[in-house]
Design a protein around this ligand. Sequence first.
Ligand code: S3P
Length: 436
Amino acid sequence: MQLTVHPGNPLRGEVTVPGDKSLSHRAALFAALAQGESVIDRFLVSGVTRAMLDALTPLGVAWQVKDERLTVCGAGLDGLRAPAAPLDCRNSATTIRLLAGAIAGAGLETTLDGSAGLRRRPMGRIVEPLRRMGLEISAAASGGAPLHLRGRLPDQKLRAIEHVLPVASAQVKSCLLLAALNGDGPTVIREPGPSRDHTERMLRAMGVRIENPVTNVVVLHPPSAPLRPLRLQLAGDISAAAFLIVAALVTPGSAIVIRDVGLNPTRTGLLDALRAMGADIRERNLRDWSGEPVGDLVVHHSPLRGTRVAGELVVRMIDEFPVFAAAAALADGVTEVREAEELRHKESDRITAVAHEFQAIGAKIEPLPDGFRVTGGRVAGGAVNPHGDHRIAMSCAVAGLAAQAPVTIDGAEILHESFPTFRETLIALGAKVECK
Ligand code: S3P
């Protein structure tokens, strides 16, 4: 599929975005571990969440999804069944890392594998602590998938450990917390920064005792009772809303409202970075949806100026750097992103790929070992290839709205991985978008 975005039209109107990807992954898997039927509304049906759902079937979990309502018949913490064949996690790092934790806890003999892209993602960060917990697990020689987990006797618990994450990562933290549900005592996880805490919030809602004695430290106490099933409505994905927010900011004459967006503070780093650039983004109608903060965002076109992003802010906007590059390229002055080396381990090496693709459409962007530097001003337009990375595809499309000439994205079907309605939503807001 080829997508062409034409500059010019202001964006106006009120929209919603699909349910949050991180919440959708967790809701599906945690519901499988609960005792009883869970019902989850506004579930994101997309490439990566399908990978999670389809992996649950061979584990003996029955589920059904209809009109964004997911119903899961929970198997319980010890009710999963060993699959006959390797589980295919496709292109989803969240699926493989969270499943590895859940399966480690359940003690099942399993192989977890995925696409060539997934095989390139680092797995040593979960393999090493899972081994310390007493799990027999092996990875490929590269340190990535396929992962092979050896089974354990049903009554054999994992060792409770204290683990210090070298890099803040919600996937690693969640993997270990899931394994720790079957630990022989409280597990303690320390992180260098505030990675997203959806797992902690959702497991708490299911009855698990989880504490944060100090910032960036989590303690999980293994439950003595079954996990309670979920009855939830998922917040809109702020990482999907991010594309619309930047689109409205950079396109003259725009004024939009995005309703029901998840505003968990571990996810709102982009809003802080954009406000530091002069963005007019307002939050209204703030609410709580099952322990997750939700609100409506009102965004007006704003002249942006360059800024610097580093430290904890990097963690709180870890998925938003491709679209942040679009904002920086269309801002006045220099923007620098530092201490973000972790971007090299995402769906693509996001430092190299973002620099390459934004250069292809005429932005002045220079890769740095731990980030990038953008000299803002103008984006010429042209053709890009998103390197199999959904966020790069959508970010270049956003830049096209305020470029000098149209931006064309080849292989644009990749955006179905996380935001299947991206094109329709832009069109509903008034953008001129063609699809071939
Ligand atoms: C996610 C955590 C982040 C993020 C990813 C989703 C999650 O990855 O980039 O898109 O749902 O836990 P890391 O844990 O590798 O930082």
